[in-house]
Design a protein around this ligand. Structure first.
Ligand code: PEP
Ligand code: MG
Length: 309
């Protein structure tokens, strides 16, 4: 019988030289949360709260929100959970937050932008998250989607803290946010890179358009360089920079992000075993060299090939 000498996933992310890597799950329901814990996730790096209310015709009241959030937090006792405030619009329309016939919904009033128009909606959500967090054992942070400026990030963090939530961060999904990484990090406690949207906005290629899949490839050097710059800024400022886009579910790319210095990787829980096993194939230093080879490649295909070497 041939034995395969491949490191196995044991529930904790580690490089070959035993450097820990925090592996988290993306969730949208209590069922997802339970599956994440079963799969060995250290916690959740992205709880998509809009998934709780996709069918709601009206804004859910405080109690309905508290119950929905508590159901997810309850699965993560003793573990960190990053709760993302409503990311409505574009590919995730919510009937009660409809911006109404925008010609370019992906560039319209989506994510945190809806809260600038109706701040009471954000405040009500933050209060419900704080109430759910108060009843749960999970270590709760909040973050805002679709942020373009440090001013927006500071605005969100102020409101989150006013609601009694101690750790506030933002997603980096726009090139503007990535290019102002230092100012952004200054305004919040952490950032999390949403590679799905950051890819689509970096290459100006709709993430839902199959014909543009090549431009949306997260191996595009432009995206890798933005991620690298964010990780560097995080190191300089001593603040966490996580990844929560689907790109983190690609074991080789997860290694590249680790090599760049990402402090956590959050993904669909089904990907955790493969990512865990993949990370253990190289040392931290080898992943840093891998990242350097990928980020300096001229195109996505070459970046992937160089990383695989
Ligand atoms: C992302 O944009 O990468 C992300 C994680 O958010 P969503 O996929 O929910 O837009
Ligand atoms: Mg997004």
């Amino acid at each position: 019988v041939e034995t395969v000498d491949r490191p196995q996933w044991t529930g904790a992310g580690r490089t070959a030289d035993d450097r820990p890597v925090t592996l988290l799950a993306n969730v949208g329901s209590a069922e997802d949360a339970a599956a994440a814990v079963r799969a060995g996730a250290h916690g959740s790096g992205l709880f998509r709260t809009e998934f709780c209310f996709l069918d709601a015709a009206r804004e859910p009241d405080a109690e309905a929100q508290r119950v929905a959030y508590a159901a997810v937090l309850g699965e993560f006792a003793g573990k960190p959970v990053v709760v993302r405030t409503l990311d409505a619009g574009a590919d995730k329309p919510l009937p009660f937050l409809d911006a109404g016939g925008e010609p370019n919904p992906a560039l319209g009033v989506r994510g945190l932008r809806a809260a600038f128009e109706r701040p009471q909606l954000l405040d009500a959500q933050l209060a419900a998250i704080a109430a759910a967090a108060g009843d749960a054992d999970a270590e709760v942070s909040v973050m805002a989607p679709m942020v373009a400026t440090a001013h927006e990030a500071a605005w969100f963090a102020t409101r989150a803290r006013a609601a009694g939530l101690r750790r506030a961060g933002v997603m980096v999904e726009t090139p503007a946010a990535a290019l102002c990484a230092e100012e952004l990090l200054d305004a919040v406690d952490f950032v999390s890179i949403g590679t799905n949207d950051l890819a689509q906005y970096t290459t100006a290629a709709d993430r839902l358009c199959g014909a543009l899949a090549e431009l949306n490839d997260p191996w595009q050097p432009a995206l890798l360089r933005l991620v690298d710059g964010l990780c560097r800024a995080g190191r300089e400022l001593g603040k966490p920079v996580g990844i929560c886009g689907e790109a983190a579910a690609d074991p080789l790319l997860a290694g590249v992000f680790t090599g760049m210095g990402a402090t956590s990787l959050s993904m669909t829980s089904a990907a955790l075993p493969a990512v865990g096993a993949g990370l253990a194939e190289r040392t931290a230093q080898q992943w840093a060299a891998t990242a350097q080879r990928a980020r300096s490649a001229p195109d996505a295909r070459t970046a992937r090939a160089r990383a695989a070497e």
